[in-house]
Design a protein around this ligand. Structure first.
Ligand code: GRF
Length: 207
Protein backbone atom coordinates (compact mmCIF):
# COMPACT_ATOMS: atom_id res chain seq x y z
CA UNK A 1 0.00 0.00 0.00
CA UNK A 2 2.77 2.38 1.01
CA UNK A 3 4.70 1.54 -2.17
CA UNK A 4 1.60 2.26 -4.22
CA UNK A 5 1.26 5.69 -2.54
CA UNK A 6 4.91 6.43 -3.30
CA UNK A 7 4.43 5.53 -6.95
CA UNK A 8 1.34 7.74 -7.17
CA UNK A 9 3.22 10.63 -5.60
CA UNK A 10 6.14 10.14 -8.01
CA UNK A 11 3.82 10.09 -11.02
CA UNK A 12 2.03 13.24 -9.86
CA UNK A 13 5.32 15.08 -9.39
CA UNK A 14 6.56 13.90 -12.73
CA UNK A 15 3.39 15.13 -14.35
CA UNK A 16 3.71 18.50 -12.64
CA UNK A 17 7.21 19.06 -13.94
CA UNK A 18 6.65 17.75 -17.43
CA UNK A 19 7.86 20.24 -20.03
CA UNK A 20 5.25 21.71 -22.35
CA UNK A 21 5.77 20.72 -25.96
CA UNK A 22 5.42 23.58 -28.39
CA UNK A 23 4.97 23.70 -32.15
CA UNK A 24 5.67 26.90 -34.06
CA UNK A 25 3.80 27.52 -37.31
CA UNK A 26 5.57 29.90 -39.66
CA UNK A 27 5.64 30.75 -43.36
CA UNK A 28 8.50 33.19 -43.68
CA UNK A 29 11.81 34.34 -42.28
CA UNK A 30 11.23 33.01 -38.78
CA UNK A 31 13.08 35.58 -36.69
CA UNK A 32 10.39 35.31 -34.01
CA UNK A 33 10.52 31.52 -34.12
CA UNK A 34 14.27 31.67 -33.59
CA UNK A 35 13.92 34.02 -30.59
CA UNK A 36 11.35 31.72 -28.95
CA UNK A 37 13.42 28.58 -29.56
CA UNK A 38 16.53 30.23 -28.08
CA UNK A 39 14.62 31.71 -25.14
CA UNK A 40 13.25 28.33 -24.07
CA UNK A 41 16.34 26.31 -24.91
CA UNK A 42 17.84 26.20 -21.44
CA UNK A 43 14.59 26.22 -19.54
CA UNK A 44 12.74 23.22 -18.22
CA UNK A 45 9.31 24.69 -18.59
CA UNK A 46 8.87 24.00 -22.29
CA UNK A 47 10.57 23.13 -25.49
CA UNK A 48 9.94 23.81 -29.17
CA UNK A 49 9.49 20.34 -30.63
CA UNK A 50 8.67 21.31 -34.19
CA UNK A 51 8.51 24.07 -36.72
CA UNK A 52 5.70 23.53 -39.18
CA UNK A 53 5.29 25.44 -42.40
CA UNK A 54 3.25 25.63 -45.57
CA UNK A 55 6.28 26.71 -47.65
CA UNK A 56 9.10 24.35 -48.43
CA UNK A 57 11.54 27.20 -49.11
CA UNK A 58 10.70 29.33 -46.05
CA UNK A 59 13.85 30.57 -44.31
CA UNK A 60 12.38 29.52 -40.97
CA UNK A 61 13.14 25.91 -41.97
CA UNK A 62 16.82 26.77 -42.28
CA UNK A 63 16.76 28.48 -38.90
CA UNK A 64 15.09 25.42 -37.33
CA UNK A 65 17.71 23.12 -38.81
CA UNK A 66 20.52 25.35 -37.48
CA UNK A 67 18.96 25.22 -34.02
CA UNK A 68 18.42 21.46 -34.11
CA UNK A 69 14.62 21.68 -34.21
CA UNK A 70 12.74 19.33 -36.52
CA UNK A 71 10.62 20.89 -39.22
CA UNK A 72 7.72 19.73 -41.32
CA UNK A 73 5.99 21.11 -44.40
CA UNK A 74 2.38 20.50 -45.39
CA UNK A 75 0.75 21.55 -48.64
CA UNK A 76 -2.30 23.80 -49.00
CA UNK A 77 -4.75 20.89 -49.22
CA UNK A 78 -3.39 19.39 -46.02
CA UNK A 79 -3.74 22.72 -44.24
CA UNK A 80 -7.33 22.98 -45.44
CA UNK A 81 -8.24 19.59 -44.07
CA UNK A 82 -6.04 19.73 -40.96
CA UNK A 83 -6.07 15.93 -40.63
CA UNK A 84 -2.38 15.20 -41.24
CA UNK A 85 -1.34 18.16 -39.14
CA UNK A 86 -3.40 17.05 -36.16
CA UNK A 87 -1.96 13.58 -36.57
CA UNK A 88 1.59 14.97 -36.41
CA UNK A 89 0.78 17.19 -33.44
CA UNK A 90 -0.61 14.28 -31.51
CA UNK A 91 2.34 12.06 -32.44
CA UNK A 92 4.70 14.74 -31.09
CA UNK A 93 2.52 15.31 -27.99
CA UNK A 94 2.23 19.00 -28.76
CA UNK A 95 0.50 20.97 -25.98
CA UNK A 96 0.76 24.53 -27.27
CA UNK A 97 0.94 26.18 -30.70
CA UNK A 98 2.55 29.48 -31.62
CA UNK A 99 1.88 31.22 -34.92
CA UNK A 100 4.88 33.36 -35.83
CA UNK A 101 4.33 34.77 -39.29
CA UNK A 102 2.05 31.96 -40.42
CA UNK A 103 0.07 33.08 -43.46
CA UNK A 104 -2.66 30.47 -43.91
CA UNK A 105 -5.87 30.17 -42.00
CA UNK A 106 -5.61 27.66 -39.16
CA UNK A 107 -7.98 24.74 -39.82
CA UNK A 108 -11.07 24.69 -37.60
CA UNK A 109 -10.33 21.14 -36.50
CA UNK A 110 -7.02 22.34 -35.09
CA UNK A 111 -8.61 25.27 -33.27
CA UNK A 112 -11.18 22.92 -31.76
CA UNK A 113 -8.43 20.57 -30.59
CA UNK A 114 -6.38 23.36 -29.03
CA UNK A 115 -8.88 25.73 -27.43
CA UNK A 116 -6.97 28.65 -25.87
CA UNK A 117 -3.71 26.93 -26.73
CA UNK A 118 -2.96 28.66 -30.02
CA UNK A 119 -1.58 32.18 -30.09
CA UNK A 120 -0.54 34.57 -32.84
CA UNK A 121 1.47 37.76 -33.10
CA UNK A 122 0.28 40.64 -35.27
CA UNK A 123 2.53 43.59 -36.19
CA UNK A 124 0.02 46.36 -35.36
CA UNK A 125 -2.44 47.40 -32.69
CA UNK A 126 -5.52 45.26 -33.34
CA UNK A 127 -8.38 45.66 -34.04
CA UNK A 128 -6.90 48.25 -36.40
CA UNK A 129 -4.98 46.97 -39.43
CA UNK A 130 -6.00 43.33 -39.04
CA UNK A 131 -7.91 40.82 -41.12
CA UNK A 132 -7.39 38.91 -44.33
CA UNK A 133 -4.50 40.18 -46.44
CA UNK A 134 -3.15 42.29 -43.59
CA UNK A 135 0.27 40.81 -43.02
CA UNK A 136 3.91 41.87 -43.13
CA UNK A 137 4.67 45.03 -45.06
CA UNK A 138 1.00 45.51 -46.03
CA UNK A 139 0.27 46.25 -42.38
CA UNK A 140 3.08 48.78 -42.02
CA UNK A 141 2.16 50.45 -45.31
CA UNK A 142 -1.46 50.81 -44.16
CA UNK A 143 -0.30 52.30 -40.85
CA UNK A 144 1.87 54.84 -42.69
CA UNK A 145 -0.85 55.66 -45.24
CA UNK A 146 -3.36 56.43 -42.50
CA UNK A 147 -0.78 58.70 -40.82
CA UNK A 148 -0.91 56.93 -37.47
CA UNK A 149 1.35 58.38 -34.80
CA UNK A 150 1.72 55.05 -33.05
CA UNK A 151 1.75 51.40 -33.94
CA UNK A 152 2.82 48.29 -32.06
CA UNK A 153 2.27 44.60 -31.61
CA UNK A 154 -0.65 42.45 -30.55
CA UNK A 155 -0.34 38.94 -29.17
CA UNK A 156 -3.70 37.19 -29.17
CA UNK A 157 -5.44 33.84 -29.04
CA UNK A 158 -6.40 32.36 -32.38
CA UNK A 159 -9.99 31.72 -33.29
CA UNK A 160 -11.69 31.06 -36.62
CA UNK A 161 -11.51 34.67 -37.82
CA UNK A 162 -8.25 36.32 -38.87
CA UNK A 163 -6.82 38.46 -36.03
CA UNK A 164 -9.98 38.39 -33.94
CA UNK A 165 -9.16 36.16 -30.98
CA UNK A 166 -8.99 37.72 -27.53
CA UNK A 167 -5.99 39.92 -26.89
CA UNK A 168 -3.27 38.80 -24.49
CA UNK A 169 -0.81 41.68 -24.77
CA UNK A 170 -0.26 44.86 -26.76
CA UNK A 171 2.84 47.03 -26.80
CA UNK A 172 3.12 50.37 -28.55
CA UNK A 173 5.84 52.24 -30.35
CA UNK A 174 5.89 55.63 -32.07
CA UNK A 175 5.48 56.12 -35.81
CA UNK A 176 7.58 59.04 -37.04
CA UNK A 177 6.68 61.29 -40.00
CA UNK A 178 9.80 60.21 -41.89
CA UNK A 179 9.26 56.46 -41.27
CA UNK A 180 9.35 54.03 -44.18
CA UNK A 181 7.89 50.54 -44.22
CA UNK A 182 11.36 49.26 -43.50
CA UNK A 183 12.16 51.52 -40.51
CA UNK A 184 8.76 50.85 -38.98
CA UNK A 185 9.08 47.09 -39.57
CA UNK A 186 12.43 47.09 -37.78
CA UNK A 187 10.98 48.92 -34.76
CA UNK A 188 8.06 46.49 -34.63
CA UNK A 189 10.34 43.46 -34.92
CA UNK A 190 12.36 44.68 -31.96
CA UNK A 191 9.17 44.82 -29.88
CA UNK A 192 8.14 41.35 -31.07
CA UNK A 193 11.50 39.82 -30.26
CA UNK A 194 11.41 41.31 -26.76
CA UNK A 195 7.88 40.33 -25.75
CA UNK A 196 6.81 37.27 -27.74
CA UNK A 197 9.19 34.79 -26.05
CA UNK A 198 8.21 36.16 -22.62
CA UNK A 199 4.50 35.79 -23.33
CA UNK A 200 4.99 32.22 -24.56
CA UNK A 201 6.90 31.38 -21.40
CA UNK A 202 4.26 33.00 -19.19
CA UNK A 203 1.36 31.21 -20.90
CA UNK A 204 2.92 27.76 -20.85
CA UNK A 205 3.82 28.20 -17.20
CA UNK A 206 0.08 28.32 -16.49
CA UNK A 207 -0.80 25.14 -18.40
C1 GRF B 1 5.98 39.36 -37.72
O1 GRF B 1 6.06 40.73 -37.94
C2 GRF B 1 4.65 38.99 -37.14
O2 GRF B 1 4.03 40.02 -36.45
C3 GRF B 1 3.82 38.65 -38.35
O3 GRF B 1 4.72 38.09 -39.26
C4 GRF B 1 6.03 38.57 -39.02
C5 GRF B 1 6.93 37.39 -38.94
O4 GRF B 1 8.26 37.79 -38.88
N1 GRF B 1 2.70 37.82 -38.00
P1 GRF B 1 9.41 36.71 -38.72
O5 GRF B 1 9.20 35.69 -39.83
O6 GRF B 1 9.27 36.11 -37.37
O7 GRF B 1 10.69 37.48 -38.89
Amino acid sequence: MLLFAHILHFCALNYLFMAINIAILASGSGSNAEKIIKHLRNKEIGTVKAVISNKKDAFVLQRAANLGVKSYVFNKKEWESGKNIIHLLSELHIDFIVLAGFLLKVPKSLIDNYTNRIINIHPALLPKFGGKGMYGDFVHQAVLTSKETESGITIHYVNEEYDQGSIILQKKCPVYPNDTVSTLATRIHTLEHTYFPLVVEELISKL
